[in-house]
Design a protein around this ligand. Structure first.
Ligand code: PLP
Ligand code: COI
Length: 359
């Protein structure tokens, strides 16, 4: 692992201003004083790791990522635990997914230890930016091709950077439930494509559909599979779960076209630990509508690091307009949210060893 040089910001945000910024941070607008930068070149591998003042990058206009979008990222949170300590939730899983994304995008692997060290150094130096109460510090590790070259090939140089953002709820005003728009015109990922990778390009391609959703008064877009336009895949930035009237859960299977969410995986394990039945199986859009109408479906929710667990209360689309349950947050959804966040914040036992403490 490269040595990490620590160069504290000479002009950090003053404590009283930081306090004001942390009062109602929203999502992804309040940034901390520092960042971590690590370089990769073909001859030296990963080197020159540093923690330094967060500042604009200087990039040549020929920098390959600006043209061919060879970029991947991760998202995870650090919390202030009940006992005052600082914890991260399953950062090793993010490290592994980061390397799976890197492999798909023909980028170099980053050793898990370097990924974790970068997160810990940044949290340590910016610990005062973790909001009290329900807030958290959202960590955004990312890597991009930084070679200045216009030929289409994997970059010969990369930068790995971590920034951090003090966050509250992802949806404005901490919405109790969201409305989703079923995209008929656009798909997110096709077999053999990059749907399972957390690459910026997937999100760029999703924006027009997300814009359409907002245009119809919805919060998020639902993507269907590219081949048949029949099966529910995931939302623009979240996985989905369905709660049936027999208490079982259904979630679309991981198969290369959806992001293997760490929240999704944690919920599957949590629910199975409790003796609930969880089926990872395709769920058709028409079935979703029919089940919502017949009452066979009781609840639906979105889940992800940013969204945590957010009830889906209404579904709209060219061919769809239906409400789920009584149109409010479902009991089971809120119970699962409580169970997961209690583990994340250290107020419930952690049987799987998911929580990583900073010393
Ligand atoms: N699906 C997409 C497209 C996402 O962007 C995210 C968020 O990271 C998720 C699902 C949920 O993944 P995770 O639970 O690991 O945050
Ligand atoms: C996350 O939850 O970390 C994501 O990347 C999704 C996005 C909505 C911010």
């Amino acid at each position: 692992m490269p040595d990490f040089a620590i160069r504290p910001n000479a002009a950090p945000v003053a404590a009283d201003l930081r306090g004001t910024m942390l009062k109602d941070p929203g999502f992804g607008r309040v940034f901390t004083d520092h960042m971590v930068v690590v370089k990769w070149t073909e001859d030296r591998g990963w080197h020159e790791a540093r923690v330094e003042a967060r500042a604009p990058l200087s990039i040549d206009p020929a920098c390959s990522v600006l043209h061919y979008a060879q970029e991947i990222f991760e998202g995870l949170k650090a919390y202030r635990a009940a006992d005052g300590g600082i914890v991260m939730f399953r950062p090793d899983a993010n490290a592994r997914r980061f390397n799976d994304s890197a492999a798909r995008m023909a980028m170099p692997a980053l050793p898990e230890a370097t990924f974790l060290r970068a997160l810990e150094e940044l949290i340590r130096i910016d610990r005062d930016w973790i909001p009290e109460g329900d807030g958290s510090l959202y960590l955004r590790p990312f890597m991009f091709g930084s070679e200045n070259f216009l030929g289409v090939k994997p970059s010969a140089e990369y930068l790995f950077i971590v920034i951090a953002s003090s966050v509250g709820a992802y949806f404005k005003g901490g919405k109790p439930g969201i409305t989703v728009w079923v995209s008929e015109n656009y798909t997110r990922a096709a077999p053999g494509g990059t749907g399972a990778a957390k690459c910026g390009g997937n999100y760029a391609a999703s924006l027009i559909a997300q814009k359409e959703a907002i245009g119809h008064g919805c919060d998020q877009v639902v993507f269907l599979d590219a081949a048949e336009r029949r099966w529910v895949e995931e939302l623009g930035g979240m996985n989905t779960f369905f709660v049936m009237d027999d208490g079982s859960l259904v979630t679309p299977p991981i198969g290369g076209t959806i992001l293997p969410g760490i929240t999704r995986d944690s919920l599957i394990r949590l629910a199975r630990d409790e003796g609930l039945t969880v089926r990872e199986e395709p769920y058709a859009m028409d079935q979703w509508r029919d089940d919502a109408r017949s009452g066979r479906l009781r609840e639906a929710f979105a889940c992800g690091t940013a969204a945590v667990i957010t009830p889906i209360v209404e579904v709209k689309g060219v061919a769809h307009d239906f409400t789920i349950g009584n149109g409010g947050p479902g009991l089971e959804t809120m119970r699962l949210r409580e169970a997961l966040t209690a583990i994340q914040r250290g107020t419930a036992p952690d049987p799987h060893g998911w929580v990583r403490r900073l010393d």
